[in-house]
Design a protein around this ligand. Sequence first.
Ligand code: AVJ
Length: 321
Amino acid sequence: MMSTPMTDFDTAFAEDTYKGLTSFPKYLLSKYIYNEKGDKLFQKIMEMPEYYLTNCEKVIFEEHTAAIADSFNGASGFDIIELGAGDGKKTKILLRHLAEKKYDFTYQPVDISQHVLDELEAALADEIPEVKVKTQQGTYFKTLERLADYNTRKKIIMVLGSNIGNLLHKDAIVFLKNIQNSMSSDDMLFMGFDQKKHPQKILDAYNDPAGITEAFNKNLLERINTELAGNFNTDSFLHWETYDPESGTAKSFLVSKEAQEVYIQKLDLKVNLEAWETIHTEISQKYDDAVVKWLAKKAGLAIETAFSDNENCYKNYVFRK
Ligand code: AVJ
């Protein structure tokens, strides 16, 4: 007899997990990696030598600080709205310059977590007290809508870290369109896109020998265990990374090393995995100018200029409506 599928879920995490593990092929959504432990593991990833993205973007900020500030064209004052600010390490380089040159601006980091914002605000008050900070707690798009309503100054919307790379192109276009909607003709979008490069360098960034990325990926299973009362044995899964140089898509998988049955109590769900069956967990898209131009166009945006490191490893693009 077929068991009745569950239809009422307590949380989006429960619902998305149910959907992903009853699909074929199986998948889980990478956004759920980021609980407290996932955040810490991502911090560690950003410090690994293999994870070149963070350093490349930092180099761009260091080497092109003045040119980036100039590109904002903000003589009559502007507000920097940063979506997903984190610890603001890279942004601080720019903020310091803007403060020194006495630009008339505010810095408005947006994050879902008030805790993250409080820490960032305290750090900025300590390190660059001249910067006017106005934290914005909330989801990206609710906040952007709110700001579009009452903010009359020029907005520079910043999204760093190639965070867009977790989205399939069709979802990236929706993401960009949402931002575009909140922009007036004077506003700008400043956004980081990791670039196509030697495939081995990409594979190494997502498959470090210390196993930090593996732990990060497996945190999805641990989160199911703790929040949904699952009994995944994380040792029975391999972390596996692929990169397709044609599409520019890096993909993370958890591969079941053996046939197994997992039970997730809060979903009342038995999950059967064959030996070597996969659970797809994350994409990390790599781009080139043509693809970025195409995505932007689809979203009603145009590339104004771009900043890059010497090896074109990573690029920050400036878009206008
Ligand atoms: C935060 C989405 C930019 O895909 O490069 C790092 C997340 N995953 N290592 C990325 C991540 C595995 C990261 N982003």
